[in-house]
Design a protein around this ligand. Structure first.
Ligand code: 5GP
Length: 119
């Protein structure tokens, strides 16, 4: 898996493109999706150059993986979503419909989300 350093999330990580940051730590950056599909729609991305969930879980260190997923949970709690519940989603590769080739977790919440969509 070759990481494309010109992808939009790489540019956001480098500060070349602005984003609405909701959380940042050593392992992760979380920001609002530009086209929200729910009242809360946040993207959580690792700081490292990983193409997809497949790449991240194959090549990420245990510290990166633990730090990243702890950050996902922390963002959800800080946004007040843990009590009511929320949905996470990672599109992976061609069949997954992944558009941006930097691993990301979508975090949706703020209303009942209905059954899991698989379109
Ligand atoms: P994917 O289809 O790769 O899982 O999701 C990519 C997501 O990135 C989409 O929900 C899309 O709206 C979002 N997105 C694409 N470009 C930008 C951008 O420049 N800024 C932000 N904040 N979100 C973006």
């Amino acid at each position: 898996m070759i990481y494309d350093t010109t992808n939009i999330f790489a540019k956001i990580l480098r500060g070349e493109i602005p984003c609405a940051t909701v959380y940042e730590d050593e392992w992760a950056l979380a920001f609002n999706d530009i086209a929200p599909a729910a009242p809360v729609h946040v993207l959580v991305i690792p700081k490292g150059p990983y193409v997809s969930l497949d790449d991240f879980t194959l090549n990420g260190s245990n510290n990166e993986i633990a730090g990243f997923y702890r950050a996902v949970g922390k963002v959800a709690r800080e946004l007040g979503l843990a009590a009511t519940g929320y949905r996470t989603l990672s599109n992976t590769g061609l069949h997954g419909g992944q558009e941006v080739p930097h691993f990301h977790v979508h975090l949706f919440g703020g209303r009942p989300l209905g059954p899991m969509p698989v379109r």
